[in-house]
Design a protein around this ligand. Structure first.
Ligand SMILES: [Zn+2]
Length: 385
């Protein structure tokens, strides 16, 4: 997330929250119900400060007191605080080159409504209009939509205090202040983020990576995406392009990618590359997977090459970041089914020698996860993380 979000304070039902309040809320969002004493310990604040902070959060209907947990046989019963799921809602949107996926989530990032439709056109004006219409439709049922997050494949950078989509190839956009344009129309704070960075942030708060100090998320599918958490924050880079490992060299004798790199990872690992390498006319990716499952030699060979490329990428990411954990997701996870051994062997040959196993999490992928990641970006925006 860049720091250049256009926050319109006071324009929504979301109140200003001082540090202790938003810190306490974040702990509850990331780790679920906790007693006051535990939150105070984690934040390093006094019980009195924490009691004040939780009172404020309760007054704003963000949390409530849940069940009483007995802590130890002789321990005093302590009241658990829980995030309320019926008061604040967030709009999340994922734009592809031809469709809009939208969800509404509650404060705990659970999806309560979802919707998808083809993109009317790829012009900025039409896309903004379309998102405004979707928001209007959702707002009939969810009065308290207090912020929105849109994510898309592209570079998003903070420039002069503004959040700008500097380039998106799928939408053929350049230098679009999408968050600002939507914020003016919707009247609520809006953030626009790179989709993989948003997904990484979502996994870091609400997924398998919850609370990790460092993690690397790799998405495999039509494209290869990377998200990095370092010291608890999403790494975006100066130009919003941090972590672009998709063009690392795999085999210098290989064919060239669209950018002219001979044998880079994207030549082998994207869904389109796998399909192209099998070489059968009119093949699509699901059919390529079916062929490999049926033992087709050309298909298995293509997935083996893809596995090698993934191993090179993972070894390079691990050498470069030394992450606490690595998350693999996306709609191209079949490469692990057909070439898991190749991935592992290549990774070990690239990675610096180490006795520490890397903790991998393979997260099955639903496309609505992208839109949910947009909603999580909106939640983070309101919490100023
Ligand atoms: Zn390349």
């Amino acid at each position: 997330m860049t720091d250049a979000h256009a926050i319109a304070e006071g324009s929504s039902s979301w109140p200003y929250l001082p540090d202790a309040e938003r810190g306490a809320l974040r702990e509850l969002l990331m780790y679920g119900p906790l007693p006051r004493a535990e939150i105070a310990r984690r934040l390093g604040v006094s019980r009195a400060s924490l009691t004040r902070a939780t009172r404020v959060l309760m007054e704003h209907s963000m949390i409530s007191e849940g069940e009483v947990a007995l802590r130890g046989a002789m321990g005093r019963p302590s009241e658990m605080l829980v995030v309320r799921r019926d008061t604040h809602y967030f709009l999340g949107v994922k734009l592809t080159g031809d469709a809009v996926f939208a969800v509404v989530t509650d404060l705990s990032a659970q999806i309560v409504a979802q919707f998808e439709e083809p993109l009317v056109s790829t012009t900025v004006a039409d896309t903004v209009d379309q998102i405004v219409r979707i928001h209007t439709r959702f707002a009939e049922d969810y009065k308290g939509i207090c912020a929105a997050g849109v994510c898309l494949a592209g570079d998003i950078a903070g420039i002069d205090g503004r959040q700008i989509v500097t380039v998106s190839y799928f939408l053929q956009w350049r230098d679009v202040p999408l968050a600002e344009l939507l914020g003016e129309r919707l009247g609520i704070p809006v953030t626009a983020d790179n989709d993989v960075h948003a997904l990484t942030a979502a996994e870091h708060w609400f997924g398998v990576g919850a609370g990790a100090e460092s993690l690397a998320l790799v998405t495999i599918g039509a494209g290869i995406g990377f998200g990095l958490i370092v010291d608890g924050r999403v790494l975006t880079g100066h130009n919003g392009r941090a972590g672009r490992f998709d063009h690392v060299l795999v085999d210098s004798r290989g064919p060239s990618c669209g950018l002219g790199h001979p044998g880079c990872a994207s030549v082998y690992l994207t869904s389109e590359s796998i399909v192209r390498s099998i070489g059968t006319a009119d093949l699509d990716y699901p059919t390529a997977v079916a062929l490999a499952r049926a033992g087709d030699a050309a298909a298995l060979h293509a997935f083996d090459d893809a596995g090698k490329a993934l191993g090179v990428i993972l070894g390079t990411v691990i050498n470069g970041l030394d992450p606490e954990r690595v998350i693999l997701t996306g709609d191209g996870l079949a490469v692990l089914e057909f070439a898991g051994g190749r991935v592992q062997r290549t990774l070990e040959s690239v990675r610096l020698p180490s006795d520490d196993p890397v903790q991998f999490d393979v997260v099955p992928f639903e496309f609505t996860e992208w839109a949910r990641a947009g909603a999580v970006a909106a939640i983070r925006l309101m919490l100023r993380f």
